[in-house]
Design a protein around this ligand. Structure first.
Ligand code: FES
Ligand code: FES
Length: 155
């Protein structure tokens, strides 16, 4: 039976009506709300391309049941910055050209933004540790670390 589930996404209260409340949050964001910032990569919590923030913490939305979100505030890439006012991490990724195909980048940015919210001046080691479970098949890791360092100067 269809169930309406209230959510708080990118600063706005909304709701989604779904057949299965235990479906992944990722599907509700992409398919019900049309938010394509979080991407489907592995679908099993291993690659990080689906990363969103829940109350400021980075989570893998592909393995987060919709029913477990509750009142937590969700932020997707769409809610991080705007075209007119980019988040410092978004700006730094552009300035460092830290993408090739770009598939991993949305998740990388969300993970990096969460890191910088809790640690404004991370070391290279701390950046690498924070991003170690965000996979990039194109091998842009060096540029990504540079971008996070650059963003840390402006966060
Ligand atoms: S799609 Fe969620 S971790 Fe890979
Ligand atoms: S830029 Fe292609 S997967 Fe990371």
């Amino acid at each position: 039976m269809p169930t309406a589930i209230p959510l708080h996404v990118n600063g706005q209260a909304t709701r989604v009506t779904v057949d299965d409340p235990d479906m992944p949050l990722l599907y509700a964001l992409r398919d019900n709300l049309g938010l394509h910032g979080p991407r489907f990569g592995c679908g099993v919590g291993q690659c990080g391309s689906c990363t969103v923030h829940l109350d400021g913490r980075p989570v893998r939305s592909c393995v987060m049941p919709l029913s477990a979100v509750g009142k937590k505030k969700i932020v997707t890439l769409e809610g991080l910055g705007t075209t007119d006012k980019l988040h410092p991490v978004q700006k730094a990724f552009i300035e460092e050209q830290a993408a090739q195909c770009g598939y991993c980048i949305n998740g990388m940015i969300m993970e990096a933004a969460a890191l910088l919210a809790s640690n404004k001046k991370p070391s290279d080691v701390q950046i690498k540790q924070a991003l170690t479970h965000n996979l990039c098949r194109c091998g842009t890791h060096l540029r990504i670390v540079r971008a996070v360092k650059r963003a840390s100067a402006g966060v």
